[in-house]
Design a binder for this molecule. Structure first.
Ligand code: NAD
Ligand code: LMR
Length: 327
């Protein structure tokens, strides 16, 4: 059996936390031979801490063979101590009458504190995934608050968007999700994201050629994927939780264990390629091997794509400008 690794999860008593922790403890994220110690962070509020205690009781009651230990805390310095993986799920939700700008500022405070704590106490190789919205900019804030950790270790979740795009594409093309390769969702985890299937294939056949429907792409595929989060909130009265947790598991599993050459989408700090300014956390196609992700480079960008990629970039630059004074 391998030595246990430490997995920190924030917002552990929330909806996504509840759909996530049991799957991590059962080995679905890091493998059935990898024991884990869960380090769970919640707000110091009595209600949040009581709910966290209940989640920990349930984890205990599962008697997971791979669960080598648990810590429940309201102190980020405890939650992130020696963490090998950190899933930053907890965030301030948008309240009534709250502007996007107010949400950004509130979350900037949270992710500054958490970035500093990661910087101080986490493993120097910690892999960080930010799920809490606005995920890309929160990841940017955490990265900037942790100057002693490699910037490449900070990522934002676009995997839910990638998975949503896979399902829409599979249904339209009449192919199996598992057969689709080379899909990407560029940019921000927001309605401006650009799901791009120009390179996608199934069984070696180009899906662009097979579907051959520019109107469906512009007026159905792109908006349906981009607005799916809002459609779930409308239908459920709550934001996506099981599918979000599933995407977080996919993202971390692939990063840790590899993708066997398959493309997946991760929000990662830009290296300047594709005209994305360095440091902006932007969804790009990557492959993963040996615990590292590598960007898929030199894809041709046509005018239609450039326009969409620039639009989602402009939004990210605006978000970055909105929090610049705090960093
Ligand atoms: P939730 O409100 O059910 O749970 C969030 C939990 O985080 C709560 O228990 C809260 O007490 C806790 N929390 C808040 N601030 C915290 C802090 N500073 N430290 C520790 N814990 C804190 O929300 P949820 O449905 O689990 O969603 C969590 C976040 O994930 C939201 O921001 C949501 O918008 C986002 N989300 C992102 C994606 C994505 O694809 N990136 C998808 C779905 C949801
Ligand atoms: C989602 O994509 O389901 C969420 O990010 C929606 C939200 O605003 O919480």
């Amino acid at each position: 059996m391998k030595a246990p690794v430490r997995v920190a999860v924030t917002g552990a008593a929330g909806q996504i936390g509840y759909a996530l922790l049991f799957r991590i403890a059962s080995g679905e994220m890091l493998g059935k031979d990898q024991p884990v110690i869960l380090q769970m962070l919640e707000l110091p509020l009595e209600k949040a801490q009581a709910a966290l205690k209940g989640v920990m009781m349930e984890l205990e009651d599962c008697a997971f063979p791979l669960l080598a230990g648990m810590v429940g805390t309201s102190d980020p310095m405890v939650a992130f101590k020696d963490a090998d993986y950190a899933l930053l799920v907890g965030a301030m939700p948008r309240g009534p009458g709250m502007e996007r700008k107010d949400l950004l500022l509130k979350n900037a405070e949270i992710f500054t504190v958490q970035g500093k704590a990661l910087n101080a106490v986490a493993s120097r190789n910690v892999k960080v995934l930010v799920v809490g919205n606005p995920a890309n900019t929160n990841a940017y804030i955490a990265m900037k608050s942790a100057p002693d950790l490699p910037a490449k270790n900070f990522t934002a979740m676009l995997r839910l968007d990638h998975n949503r795009a896979l399902s829409q594409l599979a249904a339209k093309a009449g192919v199996a999700v598992a057969d689709i390769e080379n899909l990407v969702v560029w940019g921000n985890h927001s309605p401006t994201m650009y799901p791009d299937y120009r390179f996608a294939t199934a069984g070696g056949v180009s899906l662009k050629d097979k579907i051959n429907d520019a109107d469906w792409n512009a007026n159905t595929f792109i908006p349906v994927v981009g607005k799916r989060g809002a459609a779930i909130i409308e239908a459920r009265g709550l934001s996506s939780a099981a599918s979000a947790a599933n995407a977080a598991i996919d993202h971390m599993r692939d990063w840790a264990l590899g993708t066997n050459g398959k493309w997946v989408t991760m929000g990662v700090p830009s290296d300047g390629s594709y005209g994305i300014p360095e440091g902006i956390i932007y969804g790009v196609p990557v492959t993963c091997a040996n615990g590292e992700y590598t960007r898929v480079k030199d894809l041709p960008i046509d005018d239609f794509s450039r326009e969409r990629m620039d639009k989602t970039l402009a939004e990210l630059e605006e978000e970055r400008a909105g929090v610049a004074h705090l960093l």
